[in-house]
Write a protein that binds this ligand. Structure first.
Ligand SMILES: NC(=O)c1ccc[n+]([C@@H]2O[C@H](COP(=O)([O-])OP(=O)(O)OC[C@H]3O[C@@H](n4cnc5c(N)ncnc54)[C@H](O)[C@@H]3O)[C@@H](O)[C@H]2O)c1
Length: 261
């Protein structure tokens, strides 16, 4: 069998619909592009309209299939509406990527309660909302695959980002629990844990001391590039290559979570 056909059989997404929540952002945007280049029709779903339109246009310029819809993961009616938009494309949604996320950092004693609630509501409850609503649709329509965004903080609590760290530990726990519950319904659920990729939600936290700490603890001594997440994401989302992978976590972090000194 020619190599291209073999790889297409393992990792191809032709005929599939993939919804990337938070797809207007840096990391979700890269995964959306990767999924489209692997053949999926990608639906960019985000709370911000202009970046949705731009991401969509970029994918279409590359010859991919993409559309967009607004979503607020904290609002279940909006999640249902986004599901309906995506399901109308081809009758069902095959893949869901949860890449929406917000962050905030301060000393613990100054950490505002409203920031805690805001972050938990988007990062953790938002993931619950989308997994439950899309997971039900997938379970009723022959199965599907969910990829949630954890973080280094899912594994190690990093200083100052108290709400974010707790939310991402929760996302990993929730993903694994969903994986168990939906395994026999044909729905797989996995987690990708990126290391440090400068983006909108974390750029303001990267002061000189934090950057030195990050680089000192990263064996590869650099930040990640968003495209470096695509391979791991396609593996976990793919129907064929990833068919026995559920409740798994892949860290893409230059070795950060493997290094202690
Ligand atoms: N950048 C990193 O270094 C890094 C590391 C580990 C994990 N992550 C996680 O990766 C994911 C993507 O982050 P990013 O770095 O691309 O950040 P980003 O800020 O570029 O993207 C996040 C996206 O989430 C969207 N969003 C925010 N609130 C929303 C809501 N209520 N409903 C729907 N969408 C909403 C934003 O509009 C934005 O487009 C997040 O879950 C983040 O926590 C990022």
């Amino acid at each position: 069998m020619p190599t291209a056909d073999y790889l297409q059989g393992l990792f191809g997404f032709d005929g599939q619909v993939a919804v990337v929540v938070g797809g207007a952002g840096e990391l979700g945007g890269a995964i959306a592009r990767g999924l489209a280049q692997a053949g999926a029709h990608v639906v960019i779903a985000d709370v911000r309209e202009d970046p949705c339109v731009q991401r969509c246009a970029q994918i279409c310029e590359l010859g991919g299939k993409a559309s967009w819809t607004l979503i607020d993961v904290t609002d279940r009616a909006s999640v249902e509406a986004a599901l309906n938009v995506a399901a109308a494309i081809n009758g069902k949604v095959d893949c869901l990527v949860n890449a929406a996320g917000v962050n905030y950092g301060s000393d613990f004693l100054d950490y505002p309660e409203e920031k805690w609630d805001f972050i938990m509501n988007i990062n953790l409850k938002g993931t619950f909302n989308t997994c439950q609503i899309f997971g039900k649709h997938m379970a009723e329509n022959g199965g599907g695959s969910i990829l949630n965004f954890g973080s280094v903080n899912s594994i190690l609590p990093l200083s100052r980002v108290f709400g974010y760290a707790a939310s991402k530990a929760g996302v990993l726990n929730l993903s694994n629990n969903i994986a168990q519950d939906l395994a026999l319904k044909g729905v797989r659920c996995n987690t990708i844990c990126p290391g440090f990729f400068p983006a909108e939600q974390n750029r303001k936290l990267l002061d000189e001391k934090r950057v030195a700490n990050i680089m000192g603890h990263t064996p590869m001594k650099r930040y990640g590039e968003p495209d470096e997440l695509i391979g791991a994401a396609l593996l976990m989302l793919s129907k064929k290559a990833g068919q026995f992978i559920t409740g798994a976590v892949i860290s893409v972090d230059g070795g950060f979570t493997s290094a202690w000194f």
